[in-house]
Design a protein around this ligand. Structure first.
Ligand code: NAD
Length: 362
């Protein structure tokens, strides 16, 4: 039996509750598909600050590097908001991404047919549905370029610099093409090539690499147009590949049109695709400890881990189908209940997903 070592970063707020749900689902799907997992928890965020005075202890970094893959809940909360920037819980996220060399961020944005009424788009647009994978470059571009303050001609000024190397663009574009091959075989590259030099280099390299993937359809789109197209006709996209800052903004826009922050998983990958898997939402301090959180984003993050880190496609698909069935049967947590007063708790939703996995009717 194959055994995978998974580092668990439960973090703060609802983190421990939703990670617990994903662990239960992984154990159930593992039993069914003949794989097993060894889970090792490590401290991160506010919980780590409380225990040892820093948000990302060295032991956590070493533990994650020694794991086959890492599952993260969320970090942060009002208790630690007053701390200086370098020891705030959120600092641990940048630290662990850097330590693990995670240059790719994969963020699916899918509209579940059963949740169409939560979609804020016009009914005829939502009716077409959408299933987009945003591939965002995570360790380069303007967020990491030269920056500073200086005295300018008109007094105080600040600047940030966008910089991308061929190597950084090539490797993220390749991830996008490989991802598209596992999906509907279309990649849209989003840039601002009518203005930015970095975008012109990006576009040139995108087309060069595309020649190696003749089975994948390609398109270029300017970022301002992409922001419009995402709300006008999101069904036109399969895989989107873009730079760090454009990806940051567009992936938030894409998450909002699905209507439910508690549903969306993500993966951050390095060359080895070992990666860090986490829901896109935060630690939701307002509902922490109340068994109210929607565990689906974290459960689907675990499904992404099975696919991308371990190549266990059947087990991964099984989780996605189980979640679909539970939603189609009408079960909801509070955040997706659309005002209804009857909804499931975190643990009840987890039970339903496991029941669905076992083949029982839900
Ligand atoms: P948030 O995502 O935690 O919460 C926003 C709203 O969505 C809240 O009303 C919350 O209850 C709800 N929500 C979020 N996840 C949910 C779920 N699974 N089920 C049901 N409802 C859910 O964002 P925020 O309130 O801006 O931030 C709270 C804390 O989380 C802050 O300290 C912030 O820095 C941190 N944060 C962490 C991460 C991360 O760890 N990756 C990401 C974003 C924010």
């Amino acid at each position: 039996m194959k055994t995978y070592k998974i580092g668990l970063l439960k973090g703060d707020g609802i983190g421990p509750e939703i990670v617990e749900s994903a662990v239960r689902v992984l154990e159930a799907v593992g039993k069914k598909h003949g794989v097993s997992f060894v889970f090792t928890p490590y401290l991160i965020g506010g919980a780590a600050i409380d225990a040892c005075g820093q948000p990302l202890p060295q032991e956590t970094v070493e533990g994650c590097l020694a794991s086959d893959s890492v599952l993260l809940g969320a970090v942060g909360g009002p208790k630690w908001d007053g701390l200086p920037g370098n020891i705030r819980p959120e600092k641990a996220l940048l630290g662990i991404r850097a330590a693990m060399g995670l240059f790719t961020n994969l963020r699916p944005a899918k509209l579940y047919p059963a949740l169409k009424n939560a979609c804020p788009l016009r009914e005829d647009i939502a009716a077409k549905g959408f299933d987009i994978m945003i591939v965002r470059e995570l360790t380069g571009g303007i967020y990491f370029g030269d920056r500073g303050y200086r005295d300018g001609e008109y007094g105080e000024e600040a600047y940030d610099t966008e910089r991308y190397s061929r190597m950084e663009i090539e490797r993220i574009v390749r991830v996008a093409f490989e991802t598209a091959r596992k999906r509907r075989k279309k990649v849209t590259s989003i840039d601002k090539a009518n203005v930015l030099e970095t975008s012109r280099l990006w576009r040139k390299i995108f087309h060069e690499i595309a020649e190696q993937y003749p089975d994948v359809e390609i398109a270029d789109m300017l970022v301002d147009n992409a922001a419009m197209q995402l709300v006008r006709d999101p069904s036109q996209f399969d895989v989107i590949v873009t730079s760090n800052m454009f990806g940051d903004i567009l992936s938030d826009e894409a998450s909002q049109i699905t209507g439910s922050i508690g549903m969306l998983p993500s993966a951050s990958l390095n060359d080895g695709k070992r990666g860090l898997y986490e829901p896109i939402h935060g630690s939701a301090p307002d509902i922490a400890g109340q068994n109210k959180a929607n565990p689906i984003a974290t459960v689907l993050s675990a499904a992404m881990m099975l696919l991308y880190a371990f190549d266990e496609r059947a087990a991964s698909d099984d989780i996605v189908t189980a979640v679909d069935k539970v939603l189609q049967a009408g079960y909801r947590t509070a955040d997706i209940a659309n005002g209804a007063t009857m909804y499931l708790s975190t643990s009840e939703m987890t039970d339903k997903i496991i029941q669905s996995l076992s083949g029982e009717k839900v």
